[in-house]
Write a protein that binds this ligand. Structure first.
Ligand code: CS2
Ligand code: MN
Length: 357
């Protein structure tokens, strides 16, 4: 496995590249151009600059998270073709700079969704949290506002203010959308871009929906083994793959993460692994926890063992972390708890590896 760490860029992150370099094993950087509006081409000059910044710090940049998909592509309206062409150009541009994997998602309107960004935990730390009743009780517009007001001044990924300002009209446009139509729009998109990926050796890795169920009447399709299986066969190419996020898929108790890792891993379709833990306190209520198995509801040993058993050699990263030790950071993306997560995942891996020699 190739360990990585997500970084939001120089003016966008409280974590520095110098700090990342000092995490045990010096993980690779997972980066993105956060200033480019969704749907626009990522220009070579900007990619070159990001790559140079990362490499000057002694690190590597081979994974992008995310190149977001324009809403018109998900909606399947005629203007999608223009945005798909832009997406293709972005793939080609990224390939020129050695990018191997692009993470993206196909969730209508929202990216990940939480009821609380700083839910207090018993140990005095705080974490992202999802309480079903609380989400249902608030109007989506208020939820977005609340998230914006509580993100320590950062624009959270997928919650860009300019996109969300049009929330009401977006909801209107999605009124007729159902799972089948969304699948068809994803297929249309993949049929266009996967040949480009094959030609320039860049693997697409779709991120699961978080949480993996419909919210506010919007369909969500990247949610379970059956749907993921359908998805990888929409265009049957190794370049059409997955970001297997344990915390996102794991929020549905019916999803067996180690089993999914084995199934899609053996198929060669997991290009990026997000590994994190969550702690349930209701059927659809959970808070994010430290990575340690005993702190959450997922067994991280079993998950890492599954990756080891399939001989996983793709990219992996700790996903969200709690906010600990009074750190001031982007919710979910502080340095300390994610660095602890890396040390733990590497410890599990080393032990599993040596036991199986
Ligand atoms: C998230 C997402 O779980 C996660 O990794 O923080 O925002 C994720 O980056 C996107 O859904 C990927 O497109
Ligand atoms: Mn994730």
């Amino acid at each position: 496995m190739k360990m990585t760490f997500r970084w939001y860029g120089e003016n966008n992150d409280t974590v520095t590249l110098k700090q990342i370099r000092q995490i045990p094993g010096s993980p690779g950087v997972v980066g993105a151009l956060f200033d480019v509006p969704v749907g626009e081409v990522w220009e070579k000059d900007d990619i070159a600059k990001l790559k140079k910044t990362v490499e000057d710090a002694g690190l590597t940049l081979e994974v992008i998270e995310s190149v977001n998909v324009h809403e018109d592509i998900k909606l399947g309206v005629s203007s999608r073709d223009k945005y798909i062409e832009n997406y293709k150009t972005t793939i080609r541009n990224l390939a020129e700079f050695g990018i191997k994997v692009i993470c993206y998602n196909f969730m209508p309107i929202f990216d990940w969704l939480r009821s609380d960004l700083a839910y207090p935990l018993a140990d005095g730390s705080n974490a992202l949290c999802y309480i079903d009743e609380k989400v249902k009780a608030v109007d989506p517009i208020d939820l977005v506002k609340n998230i914006g007001d509580n993100s320590n001044g950062f624009s959270l990924p997928g919650w860009e203010p300019e996109r969300l300002a049009e929330l009401t009209s977006l909801f209107e446009q999605y009124r007729e959308m159902d799972e089948e139509k969304l699948f068809a729009n994803l297929k249309y998109f993949l049929e266009q871009i996967i040949p480009v990926c094959e030609e320039c050796d860049v693997k697409m890795a779709i991120h699961p929906d978080d949480p993996p169920w419909s919210i506010y009447g919007l369909p969500r399709i990247v949610t379970c083994k059956e749907n993921l299986d359908r998805l990888v066969h929409l265009v049957d190419s190794p370049y059409n793959g997955l970001t297997l996020c344990s915390g996102s898929l794991g929020a549905n108790k019916n999803n067996n993460i180690p089993e999914m890792v084995r199934y899609f891993g053996k198929m060669g379709r997991i290009h990026f692994a997000h590994v994190r833990n969550i702690k349930f306190f209701g059927d659809r209520d959970f808070h994010e926890s430290a990575h340690l198995s005993s702190d959450g509801s997922l067994d991280l040993y079993e998950i890492m063992k599954a990756y080891h058993d399939i001989g996983f050699d793709g990219y992996i990263r700790p996903d969200h972390g709690r906010i600990i030790w009074d750190e001031v950071a982007r919710p979910g993306y502080g340095l300390y708890d994610r660095a602890l997560g890396i040390a733990y995942l590497q410890g599990l891996w080393e032990a599993i590896d040596k036991e199986n020699r």
